[in-house]
Design a protein. Structure first.
Length: 226
């Protein structure tokens, strides 16, 4: 028994150490590994549901990414902005597959599909965090923006280094016509922080004016790795 216990501890420490290099993370409470969760992304990805997808290389799409050396945070963060090299082939993937208990692949990939594109990358860690937020809040969450290719991102006026192009950002819709919209937005914001999302955009930056009143339209979250 003692030898088995030592073996399990050593194995866990070994896998944890490897996760920093390979990008694969062992997540406590999950049946399998998920990942990779940070660049460099690998030729496959595993989601919290256990769904495993083999990805495809697309050099022409990768070439459209901005140089990581020019990222707004400098050299120390350069590895977080490495161009995505492998993508989900949406023409072959089943969009109805669950990536977590309450969410399907389609909910993260629909904006790409609607554009007629067939490549996307969806980060396993953001899927895990969105699911934990859904479970914590106990109500449905509507995802209105996930992955965007650099061209898609540019067409909607996104920042050049938007985390949406790296597949680890999601915008969660808020019904701005509800009287309690700000309360609901604040609850989503707080829950994102509670589950450990890397970045939650201040609500003042995602507000629109409705009948002279500023109301939050969406909550942006991302797992940029820092």
């Amino acid at each position: 028994m003692k030898k088995t216990g030592i073996f399990l501890v050593v194995t866990y420490l070994f896998l944890s150490g490897c996760s920093r290099n390979s990008g694969v993370s062992v997540v406590i409470g999950q049946p399998d590994q998920i990942g990779p969760i940070d660049p460099p992304y690998l030729p496959s990805v595993v989601y919290p549901s256990g769904l495993h997808l083999d990805l495809v290389a697309d050099a022409s799409l990768t070439h459209t990414y901005p140089s990581s050396a020019n990222n707004p945070f400098g050299g120390a963060k350069e590895h977080h902005y490495l161009p995505v090299r492998y993508f989900i082939d949406l023409s072959r993937a089943s969009l109805s597959e669950r990536v977590s208990d309450h969410f399907r692949l389609s909910e993260y990939a629909n904006p790409t599909v609607q554009r007629g594109d067939n490549r996307a990358y969806i980060d396993a860690q953001i899927v895990l965090h969105v699911q934990r937020m859904r479970s914590g809040l106990g109500r449905p969450l509507i995802l209105n923006s996930g992955f965007r290719s650099p061209a898609h991102n540019q067409s909607v006026g996104g920042a050049a280094f938007s985390r949406h192009i790296y597949g680890d950002a999601v915008d969660i819709d808020v019904d701005q016509n509800r009287a309690d919209a700000h309360v609901q937005a604040q609850e989503v914001f707080n829950e994102a922080q509670d589950v450990g999302v890397d970045f939650v955009q201040p609500l003042i930056e995602t507000s629109v004016t409705v009948n002279g009143t500023a109301r939050v339209s969406w909550v942006h979250i991302d797992d940029r790795g820092f």
